[in-house]
Design a protein around this ligand. Structure first.
Ligand SMILES: C[S@@+](CC[C@H](N)C(=O)[O-])C[C@H]1O[C@@H](n2cnc3c(N)ncnc32)[C@H](O)[C@@H]1O
Length: 269
């Protein structure tokens, strides 16, 4: 299914789909079963493939995302950039609609996460960057359809994390659990609680040093053939070079550069 939004969004989505097709073909150079599995998931994504129960969940999450885009409810969001400069807590006020339109992933980005989770069937999932729970809802929908699996999701702004909890429970999602606090503080504790990670989606703190630090922190917890998805790998030159360092890691089995996302399959050391 593809929810029509606007010609501009459709043009961006076509660009993304073309990259997914190209990444799927490029995976042929890795002579490994997980590479074929990832290539198939990308092809299914590029065909907008979804069966009836999947379409029902996808519509439910997408309708909700679109409703949220119009919400006027106000929330306070921590400004971590300003806090680093001033050394003091700093909050900005936004409506949920603004956060949804600007910060949350559009449908197609979420659909790719959904297809990856449906294909690889991870049990223990981690998301860094909940915001108001839009991407969490699509990933949780895939876990719910899989019939097993949970997602632990980290967010630094209390108002946003609480809004996400509310949104997820109104969608009937029970496999997601939110943690409030700076990633630097919550991540080590959540990793200890989780023990093993089959899937991680990194979508916050788009800073190269932090990106590599989180990768090094998460790596010892990854299971064999774990999926690691990095968002915004072309956000800046520094983010792209962080992505290049990640794919050069000896634990990497194969990877796909989907332009906006980098998807890696890793093995335990
Ligand atoms: C791009 S948004 C996540 C969007 C969400 N994954 C979605 O698509 O629906 C990134 C989130 O990370 C949070 N964040 C950024 N840096 C953080 C940090 N150092 N610690 C905790 N949260 C942080 C922000 O508050 C923001 O809500």
């Amino acid at each position: 299914m593809y929810p029509w939004q606007s010609p501009k969004q459709a043009a961006k989505d076509i660009w993304f789909i073309l990259h997914a097709r190209r990444a799927s073909r490029a995976l042929a150079r890795f002579d490994q079963a997980p590479a074929s599995q990832l290539a198939l998931a990308l092809r299914e994504f590029a065909r907008f493939s979804a069966d009836a129960p999947e379409r029902e969940w996808l519509w439910r999450c997408e309708r909700f995302r679109q409703e949220l885009c119009g919400s006027e409810e106000k929330v306070r969001m921590r400004n971590f950039g300003k806090e680093a400069e001033t050394g003091q807590l700093h909050f900005d006020e936004y409506t949920l609609g603004e956060l949804c339109r600007v910060g949350a992933k559009p449908y197609v980005w979420n659909f790719l996460l959904f297809r990856l989770i449906r294909s690889f069937r991870p049990l223990r999932c981690l998301e860094i960057g909940t915001s108001i729970g839009v991407s969490t809802s699509f990933q949780s929908a895939a876990l719910t359809l899989n019939g097993a699996g949970t997602i632990e999701t980290l967010e630094g702004s209390e108002d946003l994390s609480r809004a996400a909890d509310r949104h997820l429970s109104s969608l009937g999602i029970s496999c997601a659990r939110g943690y409030i606090g700076e990633f630097q503080v919550t991540l080590p504790e959540v990793l200890r609680v989780m023990g093993t990670i089959d899937y991680a989606f990194i979508d916050g703190h788009l800073e190269p040093t932090a990106t590599l630090r989180y990768f090094e922190m998460i790596k010892p917890y990854l299971s064999d053939n774990a999926l690691y998805v990095c968002s915004w790998i072309r956000w800046s030159e520094g983010m792209h070079s962080a992505w290049n360092k990640i794919i050069a890691d000896p634990c990497v089995v194969c990877y796909a550069d989907v332009y906006k996302y980098g998807v890696v399959v890793l093995n335990k050391k």
